[in-house]
Design a protein around this ligand. Sequence first.
Ligand SMILES: [Zn+2]
Length: 446
Amino acid sequence: MPLAEDLKRVETANLSDKKLISAFKNIIRPQKYQKRKKAKRAVPTGSLKQSLDFLKLGTKYDGTPFDKADFKNFDEIRIKHKAEFNSIRAGIRYAHLMSKANTLRIKRANNQVSDGRGITLTRLIRIENDVLSFRVKASSRSVHQEHLVRLKLEGWNDSLEQSTGTKPDSVKRLKDIARGYLSIDCDCKDYQFRYRYIATVGKFNYKTRETAYPKTTNPDGIGTACKHILKSAEKLQSPTIQAVLIKKFLEQREAIGFGDDKTRNSNTYFSDDDKDTMKKARRDKIDVEQAKKELELYHKATKTIKYDHNLQKDLNKKKRKIKEGEAQNKKDAAKNKKDADKNKATAKKNKVTAKEDKTTIKKLEAALKILTAKAKKAEAKADKVEVKIAQKRAATELTGDSLELMKYRFSTHKDTYPKQNNKELIKSFMKKFNVTKAITLQVSEK
Ligand SMILES: [Zn+2]
């Protein structure tokens, strides 16, 4: 690999922690940055276009040139990675980092290989704010003596704010922080050329971003981190290391409590006592199966959160529906009131009409009474008239002449002369005086 040869080898083994940090900051990292800037073949994923001259990008592992299909594949892997690792917050959980790590890198970190690439030692040497620096002894095959791993504890600052300052609280907090979200960085070329891109896409890369797909070194985009990072992240899980970190945690808590950020980082290196304590930390073998179980549990838990989220959604929906229902009811009530008012008005109107009707009936009844009375009177009058006519006609028919003539003819029978123009009386009169039709005829002939 050309990178290691190009880089000046820096002897670091005998440097103090402070000088090592300084060497990385002032010599090693700037060198790598310059080198990276010259890497013309590195292609940012965003610039992958149809017109791309694939031949300029070099060749694949098997010597054939890259083609369009390769880049389509890279992009699909990039999207998959984003879905796998990207979360709202920065960092990757310890369990995720280990579960998805390249198996060979785990073995090397655990020193379970016989090819000389295994590593044996990592030491926590510094804490600045929430960033830890680990000094990792390089493998016997490496040209370097040491590598510098940085882990940013994404949960540290939030936890500081919530801390009660008691020992049991701090112990729990440190465990959670170590198990929680970490952003990672290592100066080794394995991380630079195989994993930094994946970590950048997954938002768990600390500091220098990498946007070029590892098209030759890691075309399938497998793994999460180099062995140095894996081993350091494992070391962080040690209760002994965490006990030392609790001291720093509480120091920072106090400094922040006094509003003093300067004091917060006045003591970023560890005392000799702390170093001695940390040397006793035994834990540094990664248990991937355990990590996988933990990740599964975590996914289940987040699924539950998502489920709760849905419940909340449902609740909001129901609340909205109730609100809508209430509004509708109010509307209906208003309409009903309007209708009721209308009905009331109608009833009032009906009442008036009924009253009017009653009056009309009364009036009609009165009128009818009058008419009936009038009719009866008229009838009676008509009867009288009719009787008179009948009497007159009867008398006329009987005599064939006027009553004057009859008076004359029966003048000799003055006392029996009918005083009333009555049919019956006329009849009896006729009978008494033996008046017949013949007489009538006689009278008329005269
Ligand atoms: Zn590394």
